[in-house]
Write a protein that binds this ligand. Structure first.
Ligand SMILES: C[S@@+](CC[C@H](N)C(=O)[O-])C[C@H]1O[C@@H](n2cnc3c(N)ncnc32)[C@H](O)[C@@H]1O
Length: 245
């Protein structure tokens, strides 16, 4: 997808969608994260409109965020409690809040929004830069094969088929670059809108190596926020990294 700008994936329309959006894992995620925060402040990379951060903050945890999209930050600010979250504007692989935390976390596949291995490694390094001496970095993503079956290069998925609206998820995967180029097409009687996004899919093993480059190591890994075992049938993972010994 030439000339793709990652910020364009999270403009005003997407932000408006996210403000009311729940995935259903918010309470479980916040409970998992609160346990690791142990009452201290936490930092969310790519905080978005606060889907997780606001639930965590409601448990008494002070949450800061780093976020690239002005529209998403505006969406966060408009929500109850959103004004109490400190947000640093910028790229989570590069900017710093200038503070250290017992917990830094990055959820909802957003590590994939960094489109080169270098940037993904830099993201681990930036997380490490924000961790205190016994801090943890938590990453949650899908597994690449859950999105693209081995041997498949593309797919079209009908997300909605109604009388006057059809929503298609159209994607193509390049196993060499590991880039999944995806576009959501909304076809209505009034016209067509497109929401493109590109993701660089990486496996948990690659993440573990990136963590090691950043001076971190895997502490534990689960299939979800409820701590289900990570195994052959897992479709996603929640990985907890701490300082390498
Ligand atoms: C899928 S949303 C997730 C938002 C929030 N973490 C959640 O769980 O609802 C991805 C978010 O990551 C942000 N984002 C993408 N790339 C980023 C980057 N390099 N640095 C900071 N934020 C980024 C987007 O603007 C968007 O708000």
């Amino acid at each position: 997808m030439s000339a793709f700008d990652p910020v364009s994936s999270f403009g005003p329309e997407t932000a408006a969608h996210y403000v009311g959006f729940v995935r259903g894992d918010e309470e479980a995620a916040a409970a998992f994260l609160a346990q690791l925060a142990r009452g201290g402040p936490a930092l969310e990379f790519a905080i978005g409109t606060g889907r997780i951060a606001l639930v965590l903050a409601a448990q008494g945890i002070q949450v800061d965020g780093i976020e690239l999209s002005a529209a998403m930050i505006e969406g966060l600010r408009a929500r109850p409690g959103g004004d109490r979250i400190g947000v640093t504007v910028g790229d989570m692989s590069r900017v710093t809040t200038g503070e250290r935390y017992g917990l830094v976390y990055l959820v909802f596949n957003t590590l994939f929004n960094l489109l080169t291995a270098e940037d993904q490694i830099r993201c681990f390094e930036n997380a490490a830069r924000h961790l205190n001496a016994d801090g943890h970095f938590v990453v949650e993503t899908a597994l690449p094969h859950a999105w693209i079956a081995p041997g498949r290069a593309d797919y079209v998925h009908a997300e909605a088929v109604d009388l006057d609206t059809v929503v298609l998820d159209v994607a193509r995967y390049d196993p060499v670059t590991q880039l999944l180029e995806e576009n959501h097409l909304r076809l209505t009687t009034k016209g067509i809108t497109m929401t493109p996004i590109v993701c660089r899919l990486i496996t948990p093993g690659e993440m573990d190596l990136m963590a090691r480059i950043a001076g971190l190591r895997l502490v534990e890994r689960f299939a979800n926020w409820q701590r289900a075992p990570f195994d052959l049938h897992s479709q996603a993972h929640v990985s907890v990294y701490g300082w390498a010994l």
